[in-house]
Write a protein that binds this ligand. Structure first.
Ligand SMILES: [Zn+2]
Length: 369
């Protein structure tokens, strides 16, 4: 019997602000929590806790001391350090930048510990897959994912890490590239000038980790049915063959068709179907974190649908009035929690290139042999 699901969040997240013109708006987290509350998804048996502030010592398991020093100075003195990515357009120095980042790591780390006890956990504030040991990047300052995965591995766990964010999880790949204990699977948009530029099909791991790093690069306008085909041919068989001690999912929502920073054509239906599928197949420890997502209304809708699936609850399609009022200001004019059918575009025949890429990955990974 699974233990009660756990949701990790703090209203403190809303006190921080990347700045007026920054695409990452922390208000999306409050909007999500309000919507989940409306549907009763945070009531018992769901347990809710606040993220603890992680100890600086724990951050040293991944980050360099000089970088942590610079990040602390950024918070205390407002000092930029462009060589370490601090004070750039993507990673501004703002009040509380270090505290916020420590809360994010604390939440994902605590969540992972609790998940390992046999629970399903969601920390929507987590998912900072671009933060590097010595520099901030891609809106990320501290890498909650790598720090939590390192601890899981040190406790003897083998982890299947699945990243559905529209951007490649460059720093996570780098951290476990030679480590077969963390099977990294990432689906992401890939092409000239698309951030971060890593994540090609051929990057499959090295040394003992060879075949344990699987990237599925996606072309612009990839729609639900194609992505679902790829998912079905990779994730369920990998879960079955790898039998991880922990499933860790990064649920970036920026693959959605309406996301302003990306060009994929994924709808709410894919995310919900994927979460339902994982929930029906996987009854072991499951840690989920958020990630990208720059259309606030979509972030709230999709993470609500995913959490509904994780806790096994039907979520009605009608949105509350309070949410609709905010939605209109954000430019969303649909009345429903789910996208209209066909929002992802007309289902096509799965493109031959996608079939070939999936075949390549199945060939590269020893778990398929
Ligand atoms: Zn992203």
């Amino acid at each position: 019997m699974e233990r009660d699901p756990l949701f990790i969040h703090t209203p403190r997240y809303s006190q921080f602000d990347y700045g007026r013109d920054h695409p990452l708006r922390l208000f999306r987290l409050k909007l999500t929590v309000d919507l989940m509350e409306h549907y009763g998804l945070l009531k018992p048996p769901v347990e809710t806790i606040e993220p603890p502030l992680v100890e600086e010592e724990t951050l040293l398991t991944y980050h360099q001391p000089s970088y942590l020093e610079a990040l602390r100075k950024a918070e205390e003195e407002g000092l930029a350090n462009p060589a370490m990515g601090l004070g750039t357009q993507d990673n501004p120095v703002f009040p509380g930048v270090y505290t916020l980042s420590r809360l994010v790591v604390g939440g994902t780390l605590e969540g992972t510990r609790r998940a390992l006890e046999g629970r399903r956990v969601f920390h929507i504030g987590g998912g900072m897959h671009h933060a590097h040991p010595e520099r901030a990047e891609g809106f990320c300052y501290l890498n909650d994912i790598v720090i939590a995965l390192k601890e899981a591995v040190n406790r003897g766990a083998r982890v299947l890490y699945f990243d559905i964010d529209a951007h490649h999880c460059d720093a996570v790949q780098e951290a476990f590239y030679e480590d077969p204990r963390v099977l990294v699977v990432s689906f992401h948009q890939y092409g000239p000038d698309f951030y971060p530029g890593t994540g090609s099909l051929e990057e499959t791991g090295e040394g003992e980790g060879r075949g344990y790093n699987l990237n599925l690069p996606l072309d612009r306008y990839t729609e639900d049915e194609t992505l679902w085909w790829a998912y079905e041919h990779l994730l369920p068989p990998l879960l079955e063959a790898f039998k991880p001690d922990l499933l860790f999912t990064q649920l970036g929502v920026d693959a959605h068709r309406d996301d302003p920073l990306t060009s994929l054509f994924i709808s709410t239906h894919f995310y919900e179907r994927m979460a339902q599928d994982l929930a029906s197949r996987w009854h072991g420890p499951w840690m989920a974190v958020g990630g990208g997502g720059y259309d606030l209304v979509n972030v709230a809708r999709i993470w609500t649908l995913v959490w509904g699936a994780m806790v096994g609850r039907e979520v009605p399609d009608t949105l509350p009035q309070s949410f609709l009022r905010v939605s209109i200001m954000e430019g969303y004019d649909g009345p429903n929690l789910r996208d209209l059918p066909g929002w992802s575009g007309t289902p096509q025949e799965v493109p031959q290139e996608v079939k070939e890429r999936v075949a390549f990955l199945r060939e590269a990974c020893p778990l398929f042999q």
